[in-house]
Write a protein that binds this ligand. Structure first.
Ligand code: ADP
Length: 542
C-alpha cells in the first residue's frame, strides 16, 4: 500500500477541496461577526507559511500564539504546522511570569498575539530572550502604536507575500504543536504533539461515540485552541467539513447563548465553569436551543445537577475526560448498551461517569507499587494510559514518565467497572486520605452541588490528629441564596458514606485555575491552619 504520511496540513487541504464553502464564523476580538470559509482559511494559511518561511523559520522552530479562538488563529495554526514549524499555543490566563517562563522555555522565535494582549507583552518583552518579532492579529487600521520588537499588523504581514507556495514535506513524526500544562505546582510542563499523533487523534475522536461530527454539524469550540490542543476540534471539524463558530474573547452565558442560537450550533464543548454561566443564563431567562444536539463537558468533573439541567432543557450533555498529555481525549461518557435505555436518576448517575476509552487509548488502574487492580467499579487506583496520542516524555525534560509496560501515570485516581466505564475520584494530590482509606472529593462535591443554594463546592484535606486527614467542605452559594453548615451537612446525610461526611463546612468563594479547574492548592493553603471542630469517633472511619 502507499506511503501517505499523516500530516496536519492535509486536513485543511481536504477541507478546502471537499468543503471549500463551509463557513468559519467568528465573534472577532475587535467586536463584529466575521465570516470566511475553509477555502479562504487554506489560502491565508499558505500565506502564513510562506511569510514564516521567508522570515527564516525552519522545521522544528517554535512559533507562538497568544490568542482567543478566531479564524486568524486557525489560519496560523495550519500555516505554522505546514512548514514543519511548531505551533506553540499559550494560555493567556496564566500568570504573566508563567507566560514569560513558557515563552523562554519553548524558545519561541515569533509570537502572534491578539491586540488585547499588547500591553501584557510590552511589560514582558524585555524578558523574552528569543522572540524576534511580534505579529499583532489585526489590520493596519486597528494596529496600536507599540514598542514591541518588529511589531507588525497580521494583515500587512501576510499581504507582503503572494500565497504562491506549497507546504513542505517531512516525516509524520515531526513535531506539530506544543502545549504546556497549567502547572498548578511547579513550572508548567510542555507536551509536544506530532503530526501523526494529531491526525490519529482526530480520527479517534471522529468515532461516533467519542465526538463524531459530520459535514452537517455546526461546532462551537468554547474550549480554546490553547487549552489541551483544542480537544482536537481544530482538526476534527475541518477533517469532516463541519461549520465552525469561534466565540473570540467573550465566554459569558449571554454571549455564548447568542452565538449558539444565531448560528444554529449543533455541537459545543467546554469546561464546567463556562457551562455553569450558560445554564444560569438559560434557566433565568427560560431559554431553549433547539438546534443544539450535544454539549460536551470536560477538563473537570461536571456536577450531575448540570448534566440534569441541560437534559431538562432538551440538550444531551455528555462528559469527556482527558489531559494535555493525551492529545487530549482519553474517554467519553456515551451511554452504551444497555445503559442507553436508562431514565431519571439512574441515567444521570451513568452520565456522571467519565466514560469509556475509545480505540487508540488503553487504560489500567494500579496500586502504589504498580500492581494492576481489578476493573470491578470498587477498587480505586492510579489511572495509567497508553495509546497513539499519549505523551512519552515532557518537552525538554529527560525524566522517564512511562512504566515498564509503557503506560503514563495520569495523576488521577479512578475506578474502572466491568463495563469499562471509568470514574475519576480525584487528582492523586487532591485525594483525602482518612485513616489510610481514600475519600473521593469529587463524589462529595457532586452530591452537595444538588443543594438548591449551592453554586460550587470543593472538598479538601485538612490534617487531623487521629485520622491523618479529614474532609473540609468549602461551599460557594448562589447569589442571593442562603444555607448554613447544618443545612449542608443534613443535605449530605445518607447520600455519602458516614465516614466521608465533612468534619466542617465553610461558606467562601472558590478560585479557579487558568483552565477552569477548582484551584485546590490555593484552598489548601487558605485553610492550612483550619481547626476542625471536635475529634469524635462519629466523624472518623468506622
Ligand atoms: P491543565 O493540567 O493544564 O489544567 P488538562 O486539561 O490537561 O489541563 O488537565 C487534565 C486533568 O483534568 C485530568 O488529569 C483530570 O484530573 C482533569 N479532568 C479532565 N477532564 C475531567 C473530567 N471529565 N472529570 C474529572 N476530571 C477531569
Amino acid at each position: 500500500m502507499q506511503e501517505w504520511p499523516l500530516l496536519c496540513h492535509r486536513i485543511i487541504d481536504h477541507a478546502a477541496t471537499c468543503h471549500p464553502d463551509r463557513e468559519v464564523v467568528t465573534r472577532s476580538v475587535e467586536g463584529p461577526i466575521h465570516r470566511t470559509n475553509y477555502g479562504q482559511i487554506r489560502k491565508r494559511a499558505l500565506k502564513v507559511a510562506q511569510r514564516l518561511d521567508g522570515d527564516g523559520i525552519l522545521i522544528g522552530d517554535r512559533v507562538a500564539t497568544l490568542a482567543w479562538n478566531t479564524w486568524r488563529h486557525l489560519e496560523i495554526w495550519y500555516g505554522i504546522m505546514g512548514i514543519g514549524a511548531v505551533c506553540h499555543t499559550i494560555n493567556p490566563r496564566l500568570f504573566p511570569e508563567q507566560i514569560a517562563w513558557i515563552i523562554n522555555h519553548a524558545r519561541d522565535r515569533v509570537l502572534l498575539a491578539d491586540v488585547s494582549f499588547v500591553p501584557l507583552l510590552e511589560k514582558l518583552a524585555s524578558q523574552l530572550e528569543f522572540v524576534e518579532r511580534f505579529v499583532i492579529l489585526t489590520d493596519c487600521d486597528r494596529m496600536p502604536i507599540t514598542s514591541l520588537r518588529g511589531a507588525i499588523a497580521y494583515e500587512s504581514w501576510i499581504d507582503s507575500v503572494n500565497g504562491d507556495f506549497a507546504w513542505k514535506s517531512f516525516d509524520e513524526n515531526t513535531a506539530a504543536g506544543l502545549c504546556y500544562t497549567s502547572g498548578t505546582t511547579g513550572n508548567p510542563k510542555g507536551v509536544l504533539y506530532s503530526h501523526r499523533s494529531n491526525v490519529l487523534h482526530s480520527l479517534m475522536i471522529a468515532q461516533a461515540d467519542v465526538i463524531g461530527l459530520s459535514c452537517n454539524d455546526t461546532v462551537l469550540p468554547v474550549v480554546p485552541l490553547f487549552h489541551a490542543n483544542s480537544w482536537g476540534l481544530a482538526f476534527h471539524a475541518p477533517m469532516v467539513g463541519s461549520k465552525i463558530v469561534f466565540p473570540g474573547a467573550k465566554l459569558d452565558g449571554a454571549s455564548v447563548y447568542e452565538l449558539l442560537r444565531d448560528e444554529k450550533v449543533t455541537f459545543t464543548a467546554g469546561v464546567p465553569t463556562v457551562w455553569l454561566m450558560l445554564q444560569q443564563h438559560m434557566e433565568s431567562n427560560n431559554l431553549r436551543l433547539p438546534a443544539l444536539r450535544q454539549l460536551r463537558i470536560g477538563g473537570a468533573a461536571p456536577p450531575p445537577t448540570m448534566i440534569e439541567a441541560f437534559e431538562r432543557m432538551g440538550i444531551a450533555a455528555t462528559q469527556g475526560w482527558g489531559m494535555t498529555e493525551m492529545g487530549p481525549v482519553g474517554s467519553m461518557g456515551a451511554l452504551k448498551h444497555p445503559f442507553e435505555k436508562l431514565t431519571g436518576a439512574e441515567r444521570i448517575a451513568q452520565l456522571s461517569s467519565q466514560g469509556v476509552a475509545p480505540f487508540l487509548v488503553e487504560m489500567k488502574i494500579t496500586d502504589d507499587s504498580g500492581e494492576r487492580l481489578p476493573h470491578d467499579g470498587r477498587a480505586f487506583g492510579r489511572l495509567k494510559v497508553r495509546g497513539a496520542s499519549v505523551v512519552k516524555a515532557y518537552y525538554g525534560l529527560d525524566d522517564r514518565v512511562l512504566d515498564k509496560e509503557g503506560y503514563f501515570d495520569t495523576g488521577d485516581v479512578a475506578t474502572i467497572d466491568e463495563h469499562a466505564y471509568m470514574r475519576i475520584a480525584d487528582r492523586s494530590k487532591d485525594v483525602i486520605k482518612s485513616g489510610g482509606e481514600w475519600i473521593s472529593s469529587i463524589e462529595i462535591e457532586n452530591v452537595v452541588t444538588a443543594h438548591p443554594s449551592v453554586l460550587e463546592a470543593a472538598a479538601i484535606a485538612v490534617s487531623h490528629p487521629k485520622w491523618g486527614e479529614r474532609p473540609l467542605l468549602i461551599v460557594q452559594l448562589k447569589p442571593g441564596l442562603a444555607a448554613t453548615k447544618t443545612d449542608i451537612l443534613s443535605f449530605l446525610e445518607g447520600k455519602i458514606a458516614k465516614w466521608w461526611m465533612p468534619d466542617d463546612v465553610v461558606i467562601d468563594s472558590i478560585p479557579h485555575t487558568a483552565t477552569g479547574k477548582i484551584r485546590k492548592s490555593e484552598l489548601r493553603e487558605r485553610y492550612r491552619n483550619h481547626s476542625l471542630p471536635g475529634t469524635s469517633d462519629s466523624s472518623g472511619n468506622s
